[in-house]
Design a protein around this ligand. Sequence first.
Ligand SMILES: O=C(O)CCC(=O)C(=O)O
Length: 354
Amino acid sequence: MGFLENPQGASVIAGNRKEASTAKASIKIDPRKRIQTVRVNQSSPYHLSDEQIEFFDENGYLILRGWIPQPLLSRLQEAGQGWIERGWTQFESKSEHTSKARWDADWAFAEREGNTVMWRVNYLHDKGFAASLELLGSPQMLAVAESLCGKNFVPTYESMVFKQEGDGKEVVWHQDAIHPRNYRIFNLDVYLDSSRDGAGALLVVPKSQTTRQEFCDLADEFGWAVPDAVVVEMEPGDVLLHDVMVAHGSPATHGAALRRTLYYEFRPIEQILNEGPWERDWIDKRIRLVPLALRAFERQFPDDAGFDWNISENLRPHIGSDDAAELRIAHTVHTESAFCSAGDVIPGKVPKQP
Ligand SMILES: O=C(O)CCC(=O)C(=O)O
């Protein structure tokens, strides 16, 4: 059966994620279904056009060139360097770290032929650099989130994945999360460095997002040379939008330059309320990140026009003036990460809402 023609879906998922396959297998996905477009009442230079949304829906990805302005990009590049340095410092003093489980979940290292390489940092906002929140609060991010998820978008996950200079870990073919595709769930990927073919660039299989894919067979048959796969070559400040179900991955690198990408996942609140897997309390905590991020953006870029946040009044959080305390509340709802996503919709786990 061809990679892109898998109407029944498959239950075998890449690498270490096989254990999740039983739950995934029972999610019903109709590959012919078109996700309903959301109505957005405002427009700005950063809202997506109908044509861009159509391309995204059709292909499962969309590239936005030069999307992040230089001053914000410079702050993110500095933060990216800082997170890596902090990861190594903590790695070296790991035995003294008080919360080992949490530490292991947020900073990822891999053993490669006797060499330890660092390759990802999860949950960026409590790791010492305001730039991650400034990015979240920027109109460049939030107008896109509104365009794809509607006015009640919620940021569900954020991480930085990178190819360490000289020795970069592969990220196997995968789909970030499986869900019934009634709503758009997507990742906004911000490139901090150039990303080139043969030097760790992401590969995406257009149109593969409509159903569950069979990655073990795929990797065995084709390796990285999957028919129709597109190499996404990017420059610093470019953005890739990817549907969480589009098949993607990136080969290991040897002797190549550092390549860092920030991944911010967004979901419509309506999707979580109707399909789960989290309770309303989870949403109430995560949504607090948006006003904190709007404040952070305004503080750093007071002369720039900010995003006009139109969330429904019954969902709008009322936050206090102590940003650090608010951030701690938002961070009580970390979910275990699976690739660059907060995770699958779990069939049958529709939350009870108050
Ligand atoms: O940046 C990469 O190479 C891929 C990262 C990714 O897809 C993931 O972590 O889910």
